[in-house]
Ligand binder design. Structure first.
Ligand SMILES: [Mg+2]
Length: 228
């Protein structure tokens, strides 16, 4: 699906998943992205590419342009990048390793807040991703989002009375949330050490934190300050 630069709308398939969530408006809500926040996406993708005749040459915070053919060394087309990522999710969603400290931090935070995973995993891989979350001690609800994340966060924010937090590695998702759900506290998080060095803090983030103990402390402090 091709998205406009500032398309913050909510897809019907996402709305249906959101409507099915048991939400408690009076309880704080932490909404976390999965890839590169809870799961070590890039590291796993790298292994998949090597197994399939390609390699990742991270020159920028992007996959397009940075996936190369192992034989020629040339970057592959945007179509092939898309196909490789699709194949990766088809074959390896359940095998992606978690990011250090994610499960522990979320377990502590879940005593004070609701946890929701909002991931742009393909809809048909949602069950596999849920299994991976459970396997790694993160049995939290999962919504498979489509497109930018502002629409989903606006939906949630409109129903919450207690503070809402949002974590993502991709600046355009953080910008989208800032546009349509500005009251959400936005954390910019990039797990992979190489990727994090390629990108500064997202302009629309309230904080840039790249480790889970740091996220836990930040959210705990904010919750205490607000009497939660
Ligand atoms: Mg991500």
């Amino acid at each position: 699906m091709e998205l406009k630069l500032e398309d913050d709308s909510l897809h019907d398939d996402v709305l249906a998943q959101l409507e099915a969530l048991p939400l408690a408006p009076e309880r704080p809500l932490i909404v976390s992205d999965a890839d590169e926040v809870i799961f070590a996406f890039v590291r796993s993708l790298e292994g998949f590419l090597l197994d399939n005749g390609h390699f990742l040459d991270l020159q920028s915070f992007a996959l397009s342009g940075n996936i190369r053919d192992s034989t020629s060394g040339e970057p592959v087309s945007a179509e092939l990048v898309k196909a490789l990522i699709g194949a990766f999710f088809d074959q390896r969603t359940e095998q992606i390793e978690p990011v250090d400290g994610a499960a522990d931090a979320l377990a502590v935070l879940s005593k004070r807040a609701q946890i929701l995973v909002l991931s742009n995993v393909p809809l048909d891989r949602r069950t596999a991703r849920r299994r991976a979350l459970v396997k790694h001690g993160m049995d939290y609800p999962l919504v498979a989002n489509i497109g930018r994340k502002g629409g989903a966060m606006a939906y949630l924010m409109a129903r919450q009375k207690a503070p809402v937090f949002f974590l993502d590695d991709i600046p355009h998702n953080i910008a989208s949330v800032a546009r349509v759900a500005a009251a959400v506290t936005r954390l910019h998080f990039i797990a992979d050490h190489r990727l994090r060095d390629l990108l500064g803090a997202a302009e629309d983030a309230d904080a840039r934190i790249d480790d889970w103990p740091g996220v836990r402390r930040f959210i705990e402090t904010r919750l205490s300050e607000q009497g939660y």
